[in-house]
Design a binder for this molecule. Structure first.
Ligand code: 13P
Length: 264
């Protein structure tokens, strides 16, 4: 069985003080007895403070990006070794990085390779534009992104893939469970070709794009979706805790929710 992941990508939000405050609120609602893997990804500048604020919990810390070199004259960049010192997880190839910072498949490939070498668990983001979706090109786009990002890399179940259709990110217009499940099945088929059946079956595939406490169950109930990468709603502690509780309940029904945060 694949253990589900609920990850919060805080993007470029929260000062250090706000990040500590949000972490404090989140940790109050998430019991250490949960089996769901919970990850928060604050901005670089807050990583050390949030690590401290997470002490004594099983919540994992992730970074939102990394540079592929280990050290040197790369002003403004953060290396895999620095991140591995604080975090277990790193988001790689987010569509905002591809769109605003020119990250190509080749760059993403180097970053995935560097993250794995440093012992980090990368969350590799893939996803199509609206035009690709409307033209029925989702499978081709996502498959090509996976191939270029993972070319020459020995894929293991340390890898996590987040399928984030670009048109669903930050728009309030989430995709639907069934088509996301179909795309996730295509992603797993490609991962099988790039590794083998056993490894591909162990890789978690998350959905991201306008996920909230109100719609997350639709995704978590699908057989090929193993959790969510949440942006905006992860900045609201109640929403994030509710999403984790729902995941716990859906995947481990014998572990009933501790609070009345489930919307149904
Ligand atoms: P939103 O949940 O704000 O749509 O963002 C999704 C995302 O990009 C997570 O990485």
């Amino acid at each position: 069985m694949r253990f589900p992941i609920i990850a919060g990508n805080w993007k470029m939000n929260t000062t250090v003080a706000e990040a500590i405050e949000l972490t404090g609120q989140v940790r109050k609602g998430i019991s250490n007895g949960f089996s769901v893997e919970v990850v928060v990804c604050p901005p670089f500048i807050s990583l050390a403070a949030v690590k401290e604020a997470l002490k004594g919990t099983s919540i994992k810390l992730g970074a939102q990006n990394l540079y592929h070199e280990e050290k040197g004259a790369y002003t403004g960049e953060v290396s895999p070794l620095m991140i591995a010192d604080l975090c277990e997880v790193v988001i790689v190839g987010h569509s905002e990085r591809r769109q605003y910072f020119g990250e190509t498949g080749e760059i993403v490939n180097r970053k995935i390779s560097a993250a794995l070498k440093a012992g980090l668990k990368p969350i590799l983001c893939v996803g199509e534009q609206l035009e690709d979706n409307e033209a029925g090109q989702t499978a081709e786009v996502v498959t090509e992104q996976l191939r270029s990002s993972l070319e020459g890399i020995s894929v293991s179940s340390d890898l996590v893939v987040a399928y984030e259709p670009i048109w669903a990110i930050g728009t309030g217009r989430a995709a639907h469970g069934k088509p996301v499940n179909e795309t996730s099945a295509i992603i797993r088929r490609t991962l099988t070709e790039l590794s083998n059946q056993e490894i591909a079956q162990g890789i978690r595939i998350l959905y991201g794009g306008s996920v909230t406490a109100e719609n997350i169950a639709e995704f978590l109930e699908q057989s090929e979706i193993d959790g969510a990468l949440v942006g905006g709603a992860s900045l609201k502690a109640d929403q994030f805790i509710s999403m984790v509780e729902q995941a716990e309940y859906i995947y481990f029904p014998n572990n009933p929710p501790t609070k009345d945060l489930i919307p149904w």
